[in-house]
Write a protein that binds this ligand. Structure first.
Ligand code: SF4
Length: 465
């Protein structure tokens, strides 16, 4: 799953605040770092790790590039748009670099791991001082140190690095925490660049994950999101006989553990023991994000997804039998090469048949280096746009129907921030539904009971019980 994170280049701060931040940092002998994060939760968490590592060099996160001494772009290679965005934004920094030559500009993340993209960066972005990849993030302090001393560095490892434990992490939230359980992916779905840029699957040791989650729970974190490209394949590469289900039970047994979520599992590897763990572990939330990608068997086969429509439907039925109030969300791609109108209709109908609570819906975009990019029968842009609009329309209807079933009932909501309007706060049910309701800001970080009064397409509205 990959969603684009829109961090503003200049955050919601005034020029006066920027000047004040910059002055204060200098008085304290500190420096400012601004990281622009594109892509999925894995990238968001990598950014948290980079901020933690940079803190050891006295870099503090700032809300604006104008208060930054170091600007990093944590890139995504999954779709085309982040690449366009990167070049658009990084070219605008040329002038800033001319005015302040000591400013360090860096690029990291998945895009740097692609040889053609890396070559283009080196040729076209001469004002960039530092380029590093996804396998050597732990080396960031040394790399920055050398750039500060005047070097221009490109350090991208083509081979997977070691699984490095105990990196400092500067977390974006004090309520919800990301915990990576495995790196890389072995699946090689034909449209996906991830196995080429994140390497093969490497699982963290179970005891290291448990230790991290224990520490987070002890410091008050109420929700843990387990991250991996293919989480239910967790443990297959470890010497001991450890499975994803065993990990869930081990985490569920931590005293005081709040909520556990995970993303993303692969339907092919969603075994009975994981379904049982979903039902038996009280901390594991009643929500599974289960990417299906397409509703037609021929398209699924050409995508290399290794399951059929019927198998997916059966899997969801088994899950719902074990966890009756389960919310199921998914990823969908339209316009995969060769997708006919009739095959697209199968994707439309699966949304209604499964009753997805919501979906991340994407237009297929060829990624250089993947088998699907070389397929001859690419779909024209107009048809792709038409299909995505029709898909969104169907999904929105289904989402609203699913949300309507919440009205009149009470749910536990973990409040994680303020609402868009004054006096409102926002949070999530265990099933992942966004809920807004009126409450004092001091409920942020707490679990509260909320009665739902109104259902919208993407959210619910309610009142505190
Ligand atoms: S499972 Fe497929 S889509 Fe997901 S990261 Fe691996 S290769 Fe990409």
């Amino acid at each position: 799953m990959a969603k684009s994170i829109e961090l503003p280049l200049v955050g919601a701060v005034t020029t006066e605040e920027i000047r004040e931040t910059y002055k204060q940092l200098k008085q304290e002998g500190k420096k400012g770092v601004f990281i622009q994060t594109l892509g999925c939760q894995m990238n968001e968490h990598d950014t948290e790790k980079m901020l933690g590592l940079l803190k050891t060099l006295d870099y503090e996160p700032v809300q604006s590039i104008l208060a930054a001494d170091l600007i990093l772009y944590n890139t995504c290679a999954v779709r085309e748009n982040p690449e366009r965005k990167l070049y658009g934004q990084i070219n605008t920094l040329k002038q800033l670099k001319e005015q302040r030559p000591e400013l360090i500009i860096g690029i990291c993340g998945c895009m740097t791991q692609q040889s053609t993209a890396l070559q283009r960066m080196q040729e076209e972005l001469s004002h960039v001082d530092l380029i590093f990849g996804t396998h050597n993030i732990h080396r960031l302090p040394e790399l920055v140190h050398r750039v500060e001393a005047g070097e221009r560095i490109v350090e991208v490892w083509s081979e997977e690095g070691p699984v490095v434990e105990d990196l400092p992490v500067e977390r974006a939230s004090a309520v919800k925490a990301y915990v990576t359980i495995m790196y890389g992916c072995n699946q090689f779905c034909t449209y996906c660049i991830v196995p080429y840029v994140r390497g093969k699957e490497r699982s963290r040791q179970l005891q290291d994950i448990v230790r991290e989650v224990e520490a987070l729970t002890a410091t008050g974190y109420k929700e843990i999101m387990l991250l991996g490209q293919n989480v239910n394949n967790y443990g297959k590469d470890l010497a001991e006989d450890i499975t994803f289900a065993r990990l869930l039970y081990a985490l569920d047994a931590i005293p005081g553990i709040g909520r556990i979520r995970f993303t993303s599992p692969h339907p092919k590897y969603f075994s009975r023991d994981v379904i049982q763990a979903l039902a038996e572990c009280s901390s594991v939330c009643e929500h599974v994000h289960l990417p299906i990608q397409a509703g037609n068997d021929r398209v699924l086969r050409r995508m290399g997804r290794r399951y059929t429509r019927a198998q997916y439907i059966d899997l969801v039925a088994q899950m719902r039998q074990a966890v009756p109030n389960l919310a199921v969300t998914t990823d969908l791609i339209v316009g995969f090469p060769g997708e006919t109108e009739a095959e697209f209709q199968d994707t439309l109908s699966i949304v209604t048949e499964v009753g997805f609570d919501s979906s991340f819906m994407f237009i297929y975009s060829p990624r250089p280096g993947t088998p699907a990019a070389k397929l001859p029968d690419q779909i024209d842009e107009e048809s792709k746009r038409d299909r995505i609009h029709r898909l969104i329309e169907v999904q929105n209807k289904v989402s609203l129907q699913r949300n309507a079933t919440y009205v009149g009932n009470e749910y536990e909501v973990l409040v994680d921030g303020l609402g868009k309007e004054p006096g409102l706060v926002a949070g999530r049910t265990r099933t992942g539904k966004l809920v807004t309701f009126a409450a004092a800001p001091d409920v942020v970080g707490q679990l509260v009971q909320v009665r739902i009064n109104k259902a919208n397409t993407w959210s619910l509205e309610g009142e505190q019980c």
